[in-house]
Design a protein around this ligand. Structure first.
Ligand SMILES: Nc1nc2[nH]c(O)nc2c(=O)[nH]1
Length: 334
């Protein structure tokens, strides 16, 4: 099967949604450490796996174009036969849900900028950064892999995870695409050893241990049901899993569990809170108490969607330094 890089090549296989760049900038959102499964397959075209299917997305003016693979073509390159066809209303719904397009981003930027001059200054160069609504299983296991890691390594690690444990979906230009592994695929007796062989290091134990803990406890549906639980409860459940600390839990809460108020804090954000925002903290390091105080400060400043504002600044940081936020942060310091 061939990659489709633009609607003009095969117009009948593309659809579009109205979506101005101030509401969504694909290039910023899909490359800024929220999801690790999108790839710029040709300039401006983003190909990745969403909801067990392969998509290419592209923006042109006020439109978000998309195409979904595996429904029209014959089986080739040893890939599985075509998947059941989704109707247009369903694919529109999946994308609207993934990008949370019902949340008006421009109005939020205006409110955050009015409340916070530093946000205003940084965010003017980074419009359209919105928070994805990812599958909770994918988000959790991806973020377990983020500890002491940077985006290119995380992306490569997750690709190996999907190739080894995920269902093969299709081949595009001979490149195979795999679904994110199911929970049960990660609970096998040999999962930890296989992950170690894939270069996961100490994270192998966390991935397999968390998979087993969820399979034996909450189940994948229980994880998804945390979307309706209060933020504090969802966070507590996540923090009880192997390899999940406060920051990973907050990333999962924000990026998959509808907790717009979750503000992930790392040592960089801790420095910024003290030095740039003058937050008076109780200790001299990022203790659990300081973590809570910083989150509360930003929730007070930015309001109910504080985690979304953090995502804008996180993205700006990555872009300015062109390096992972953990090793080089600049944007907040300009
Ligand atoms: N919005 C955010 N995305 C992230 N990715 C990652 O690895 N850390 C973060 C984060 O703090 N915020």
């Amino acid at each position: 099967m061939k990659l489709r890089d633009a609607p003009s090549a095969c117009p009948s296989l593309w659809r579009c949604l109205p979506c101005p760049p101030a509401e969504l900038r694909l290039d910023l959102v899909l490359s800024s450490g929220q999801s690790f499964r999108w790839w710029e397959s040709s300039p401006g075209a983003w190909t990745g796996v969403l909801g067990g299917r392969v998509w290419t997305l592209r923006q042109d003016g006020d439109r978000l174009w998309y195409t979904v693979y595996g429904e029209e073509e014959e089986e080739r390159d040893g890939c599985p036969a075509k998947a059941a066809k989704l109707d247009a209303a369903e694919t529109d719904r999946i994308l609207r849900d993934y990008f949370q397009l019902d949340v008006g981003l421009s109005a939020l930027y205006r409110a955050w900028g009015a409340a916070d001059p530093l946000f205003h200054k940084v965010a003017k160069d980074f419009p359209g950064v919105r928070v994805l609504r990812q599958d909770p299983v994918e988000c959790l296991f991806s973020f377990i892999c983020t500890s002491n890691n940077h985006i290119s390594r995380i992306t490569a690690m997750i690709e190996r995870l999907c190739q080894a444990f995920g269902r093969r979906l299709c081949c595009l230009d001979s490149r195979p695409f795999h679904a994110f592994p199911s929970l049960s695929a990660l609970t096998g007796a040999d999962a930890e050893a296989r992950l170690r062989a894939l270069g996961f290091g100490y994270r192998a134990k966390f991935v397999s241990g968390s998979a087993r803990a969820i399979a034996d406890g909450l189940g994948p549906e229980g994880l998804c049901q945390l979307r309706t639980a209060p933020y504090a409860e969802a966070r507590k459940v996540l923090c009880a899993l192997p390899g999940v600390g406060a920051k990973v839990a907050d990333c999962v809460c924000l990026l998959s569990l509808d907790k717009a108020e979750a503000v992930p804090v790392d040592t960089h954000v801790w420095h910024i809170a003290r030095q740039r925002y003058g937050v008076a903290l109780s200790g001299k390091s990022l203790t659990p108490r300081a973590y809570q105080e910083i989150g509360d400060f930003f929730r007070g400043l930015w309001g109910a969607h504080a985690g979304w504002a953090q995502a804008v600044l996180f993205c700006a940081d990555l872009r300015k330094g062109q390096k992972p936020a953990s090793s080089q942060h600049q944007a907040w310091e300009t």
